[in-house]
Design a protein around this ligand. Structure first.
Ligand code: ZN
Length: 192
């Protein structure tokens, strides 16, 4: 089922996700719905907060992007990115490594808003997969950026928090408008 992607201004986006203790049927159902929602929105990553569930769960798939390369290393060996997609990360722990590099970023909770964000080039990841089994890998390129973006969501952080002041100021009118629209919609929903 395609879920509603909540937009900037929704309090759940600022909530830290609770750890998932068991990958039960309910979690599996949420994972399936999140993939369906992400693919329908043509996104490469989606965090549970974005579908109004404050839990430590994110789904990713970078295969649709061909002009921004991703790399993956498993057990210290370079691996085929496509072989590890789609990716489910439950209770992820990350260690960003390497020099920060700047790249464009967007977010499904911020439609039509893009900005350059500086993030470390690589990230080491430990998490549970959709079967509840531990996985670990090192990501680079777009996948590293996406993992760090989604990890932030799971902790209530948004990409605008990582923008430099100038970029954020330039986007200020659009951000304020989106936030106001979301809050108005929430107020209306409450009245009903
Ligand atoms: Zn996002």
């Amino acid at each position: 089922m395609i879920l509603e992607v909540v937009k900037y201004g929704q309090p759940v986006l600022r909530q830290k996700g609770a750890k998932i203790t068991t990958v039960n049927a309910e979690v599996k159902h949420l994972i399936a719905d999140m993939f369906e929602t992400m693919y329908a929105a043509k996104g490469i990553g989606l965090a549970a907060q974005q579908v109004a569930h404050a839990v430590q769960l994110t789904v990713l798939d970078v295969r649709a992007v061909t002009d921004r390369p991703s790399t993956i290393e498993v057990a210290g060996q370079p691996a085929e990115v496509a072989d590890h997609m789609p990716l489910v990360l439950i209770n992820p722990e990350i260690k960003p490594v390497g020099d920060p590099i700047v790249g464009p970023e967007g977010c499904l909770s911020f439609p039509e808003i893009y900005g350059d964000i500086s993030r470390p080039e690589f990230v080491e990841v430990k998490a549970l997969n959709e079967k509840g089994k531990p996985i670990s890998f090192k990501a680079g390129g777009l996948l590293a950026r996406a993992v760090q973006h989604e990890f932030d969501h799971l902790h209530g952080l948004l990409f605008i928090d990582r923008m430099d002041k100038k970029t954020k100021e330039e986007l200020r009118p659009e951000l304020d408008a989106l936030q106001a629209e979301t809050k108005a919609r929430l107020a209306l929903a409450k009245k009903k």
